[in-house]
Design a protein around this ligand. Structure first.
Ligand SMILES: O=C(O)CCC(=O)C(=O)O
Ligand SMILES: [Mn+2]
Length: 256
């Protein structure tokens, strides 16, 4: 095992070697360089969250505390592979404002925003090429989280990756750009913590706030699928694996 400093995944630039608890060695990059990690062991081995660890936060929504902790290095390594091909960028809202959260996507479709509106599309507007494919580990863990939350046969076509630096936030909103509102949203948090704002079905409903920490998952669907939610401005912090950054990954099932 190497020390915490050396395991920092430089998702905002540079590259690092990291060794996880099973002695797998990874090279982690973010930039225009692609570096494949040496993954020799079974990435799908951890199955640590049990049904009894799933906390209901609404009739159709669950909080899975620590769900991804065991896989965090491999998941962040997969994210770094995606963002080497489709770099994080700050999109513009239809109203012309630059978003504080930097985004990328993998999967069949990706979520984009510009002066023409919010939408899903098959090509990365930066490269004109298809989005990188969804790494098998990410798909597997998203499906497992959905299953634990009571949603079987989740087939996400979109994996939106959000990078939050200090001060970045996401205003109260509904995820409603998807064609299929019967499938849930699966959301993973890695790195420094965030205060999640968990509202109701009306924008004016009084929201609850709870901390999303490294490795936590939230799943919402069914009658909670259109709940308003957001992320409060990120406070300065540092995490051994991501440095001063929070990574959020949401999985969505939609077509065009
Ligand atoms: O960062 C989060 O926890 C939530 C992200 C989100 O709501 C979104 O990408 O639509
Ligand atoms: Mn959302």
């Amino acid at each position: 095992m190497i020390d915490a400093h050396d395991t920092t995944l430089m998702l905002s630039g540079g590259s690092r070697r990291a060794v996880d608890h099973d002695n797998n060695c990874y090279t982690l990059v973010c930039g225009d360089q692609l570096c494949l990690p040496a993954m020799e062991t079974d990435l799908f081995q951890s199955d640590k969250v049990r049904q009894e660890d799933v906390l209901a936060i609404g009739p159709g929504s669950s909080y899975l505390g620590g769900f991804l902790v065991q896989d965090a290095i491999a998941v962040l390594s997969a994210v770094a592979q995606v963002t080497a091909l489709a770099p994080f960028r700050h999109l513009t809202t239809p109203g012309g404002q630059k978003m504080s959260v930097a985004m990328s996507n993998c999967g069949r479709l990706g979520w984009v925003s510009d002066h023409a509106g919010y939408r899903y599309q098959a090509e990365d507007p930066l490269s004109g090429k298809p989005w990188p494919s969804m790494p098998a580990l990410l798909l597997d863990r998203a499906q497992q989280a959905a299953e634990l939350a009571g949603y079987s046969d989740f087939q996400p076509t979109v994996c939106l990756i959000n990078r939050y630096e200090v001060g970045a936030r996401m205003g109260l909103h509904q995820d409603r750009d998807e064609r299929n509102l019967t499938a849930p949203i699966v959301s993973f948090s890695l790195g420094i913590p965030a205060t999640f704002i968990w509202g109701g079905l009306q924008r004016t409903d009084k929201p609850r706030r709870f901390l999303l920490k490294h490795g936590d998952a939230v799943v919402w669907g069914g009658q909670d699928r259109l709940r308003f939610h957001g992320v409060a401005p990120i406070k300065a912090d540092s995490h051994a694996l991501t440095g001063p950054v929070r990574i959020n990954i949401t999985f969505r099932q939609t077509g065009l």
